[in-house]
Write a protein that binds this ligand. Sequence first.
Ligand code: MF3
Ligand code: CO
Ligand code: CO
Length: 272
Amino acid sequence: MYETPELDNETFTRSSAIRIYDQDDFEGMRIAGRLVAEALDMIAPYVVPGVTTGELDDLIREYTLDRGGLPACLGYKGYTKTVCTSINHVVCHGIPGDRVLKDGDIVNIDHTVIVDGWHGDSSRMYAVGNINPRSKKLIDVTYEALMLGLEQVKPGNTFGDIGYVIQRHVEAARMSVVRDFCGHGIGRVFHDSPNVLHYGRKGEGAVLKPGMCFTVEPMVNLGKPHVKVLSDGWTAVTRDKSLSAQCEHTVGVTEDGVEIFSASPAGLFRPN
Ligand code: MF3
Ligand code: CO
Ligand code: CO
């Protein structure tokens, strides 16, 4: 067991206003975003039939610590692992352990690092062995929904514009957007204002301004949007047991668009 990372929650608490970060701050976010992306790239070849989610968690923790990053989830609100591993009908916050991955599973790995106080938060889908066409379609639609949402990130647009295009794309595919979890402001605080909804209407919500940093992390279900949290207090599953997928990036608003801090150096963000 590793020690809980020291987080200065006295100095950096959640604010109600949306913070604006400067160029030096963006450099910090870039470094944190790169490390989380490299960790998610590193793990790809290990996500195969026979491996346990606990082994994947160990590999990512070691990799992150070796490169000077702190695992932000370790010790966060009593969470005892480095990453979340959400398999099949698990929507998010699946806890790594003895579960052995098997051919045909789909799994989301969600990792957050802290480097020099800055947070990088990203998650991707991984296909275990050969997956069926329905699972593949779910992963594709979730990835496309995230990237369409990020195309809306530019000064003058609103958070509602992001949610609107995500919801439209998902529902056009006859899938559903989870409402019970959302993206979040991020910087020196892990989960800051605003709540970034993955559904909504054009023009609603706060206006995007250069310097804002947040995550977009849609969760998409093949069935109904409803979720429940299991008795472990973390694992969120679809109520109807349908498959669920999620993709997450940490981004910043620039003068004319978006910078994706957690972009994959190896080009592996979208699974094949
Ligand atoms: N990484 C998750 C997010 O996207 C948060 C996980 S918190 C944990 O916001 F404690 F469950 F790890
Ligand atoms: Co995350
Ligand atoms: Co997040």
